[in-house]
Design a protein around this ligand. Structure first.
Ligand code: C5P
Length: 202
């Protein structure tokens, strides 16, 4: 079986994870949520490791911790993600995953620009700040009753600013990425458009 890479990038809570998972299931491709690599690195740093040691020592169990989805974990991830040596430590694993036989979908911030610039299909998934904040709020507020929508919006904007402004592998669409704005799309509509884009690339 041949390798076939679908690179999906975009800002926080744009819907890229949901779309990536659905595209992978549709085509029977493997899926890697690369944000988990940075979230797990950030979690190990919060426990006292240096960022580089944390990124170099990631294990499969580290990626399965149940505290990686919180807002705090996202903020910690975006801080370690600005460190070039941390990013460098994670490149080989991601590129190996991308070229596994049978197809792979990776989502993140720099998949189409840095990790897999030759990916067969590149999508940049985005949505308005307000839409993204509402989605993230709906996801996080059940387990965090004190959370406010305004706080979620501020955290997303801070994280996007950090991800877009960093010198190494900043968040931006690849020149040849198809931009998918999900602000006014249902999940099914967004997935259908992404599946159609992959079919064009096959
Ligand atoms: O996608 P997710 O929100 O889980 O990513 C958490 C953080 O990890 C992002 O805000 C970003 O700073 C970093 N990240 C990255 N490059 C990737 C994936 C995630 O810098 N490919």
């Amino acid at each position: 079986e041949k390798a076939f890479t679908v690179a999906i990038d975009g800002p926080a809570a744009s819907g890229k994870g949901t779309i990536a998972r659905a595209v992978a299931a549709h085509f029977g491709f493997a899926y890697l949520d690369t944000g988990l690599l940075y979230r797990a690195t950030g979690a190990k740093v919060a426990e006292g490791m240096t960022p580089v040691a944390a990124s170099e020592s990631l294990s499969p169990q580290d990626l399965q911790r149940d505290d990686l989805r919180s807002g705090a974990a996202g903020t910690a991830a975006s801080k370690v993600a600005a460190i070039p040596e941390v990013r460098a430590a994670l490149v080989a694993f991601q590129q190996g995953f991308a070229r596994r036989p049978g197809g792979a979908v990776l989502d993140g911030r720099d998949i189409g620009t840095v990790i897999c610039p030759a990916a067969e299909v590149k999508l940049y998934v985005t949505a308005s700040d307000e839409t993204r904040a509402q989605r993230r709020f709906a996801e996080l507020s059940p387990s965090d009753p004190d959370l406010t929508l305004a706080q979620v919006l501020q955290d997303l904007r801070d994280r996007d600013a950090r991800d877009s402004a960093r010198a190494t592998a900043p968040l931006k669409p690849a020149g040849d990425a198809l931009v998918l704005d999900t602000s006014h799309l249902s999940i099914d509509e967004a997935v259908a458009q992404a599946v159609a884009a992959v079919e064009v690339g096959m």
